[in-house]
Write a protein of this length. Structure first.
Length: 153
């Protein structure tokens, strides 16, 4: 993957919030239910292709996105699993991640979690601390590069 200059650095990863989701649904069905629960319009993008730090093999993961223009928030739904590996190997039991690009208030994130937990097809949803996830910075970097490449096409 062509490594373009990005504005991301390890210090500004605190602009993101990450929610782990466990659900047996296919990603497009989960996106539909998340859209209904949160009033979003997550849309499928080209798969995020990333490499794990220990593995040089590029692997694709499902990716959905919704930019909320009014509040300058972008929501991403990322699959944690594909046929060969996990996006975040330390979180094998987590099926999906809802990544929120912008730090939002604790009451708003609690509301998001409560709405997700009310969806009958979601077994659980929980807030994750990005700083505790090994090498997550590299996933964010790959995501930002992926967005730039999509804009260029």
């Amino acid at each position: 993957m062509n490594k373009l200059l990005t504005s991301l650095n390890k210090e500004n990863t605190n602009e993101y919030q990450l929610i782990g989701i466990s659900s047996s649904l296919k990603e497009y069905r989960l996106a539909y239910f998340i859209n209904r629960a949160l009033g979003l319009d997550l849309r499928r993008l080209k798969d995020l292709r990333t490499t794990g730090k220990a593995n040089d093999e590029v692997t694709p993961f499902s990716l959905f996105s919704y930019p909320e223009e009014n509040n300058h928030i972008t929501y991403y739904l990322l699959s944690n699993k594909n046929t060969r590996s996990n996006l975040i190997p330390d979180l094998r039991t987590t099926d999906y991640f809802l990544l929120i690009k912008k730090k939002i208030e604790n009451s708003k994130i609690a509301d998001v979690l409560n709405r997700l937990k009310r969806v009958s097809t979601i077994q659980t949803a929980f807030l994750l601390e990005i700083s505790n996830i090994r090498d997550f910075f590299y996933i964010l970097t790959d995501l930002e590069i992926h967005e730039i490449e999509l804009l260029q096409n």
